[in-house]
Design a binder for this molecule. Sequence first.
Ligand code: DAT
Ligand code: MG
Length: 139
Amino acid sequence: MSGTRTFTMIKPDAVKAGNSGAILKMIEEAGFRIVAMKLTKLSPEKAGEFYAVHKERPFYGELVEYMSSGPIIAAILEKDNAVEDFRKLIGATNPAEAEPGTVRALYGTSIGENAIHGADSDENAAREGSFHFAQVEMF
Ligand code: DAT
Ligand code: MG
């Protein structure tokens, strides 16, 4: 059975550009309910920990520097088939290859600065959600 929750972050480029509201509107219109949400800023240490799975990749340093460069919006979202449907809504990692109409196609500017994060599995959604939210209340 597929899970009902996913985890997202609106990344520094999108928050800085003033696209948070438009992106949240797309998320809600696609049928996701916001379960938890906060504006926060990651320290380089926290960003490094969040992306530890990528630490051997050549872009890791750049990714950590970028993700700690400004405010982000972290959120837990609920919908049937949340992880898969959310990855469809955000589009491919590289905005140039993302389907037209997806969040990354509309608001991403490069493969590194691609506007939004979406968890890639139920297990990672749960891990990433608890990384940012110590306690998720059930509304
Ligand atoms: P995704 O965010 O689509 O799950 P990923 O998990 O492969 O992609 O990579 C995590 C983030 O790292 C991605 O959103 C942006 C950055 N990244 C990935 N590939 C990159 C590359 N070739 N150059 C620079 N940054 C990259
Ligand atoms: Mg990923």
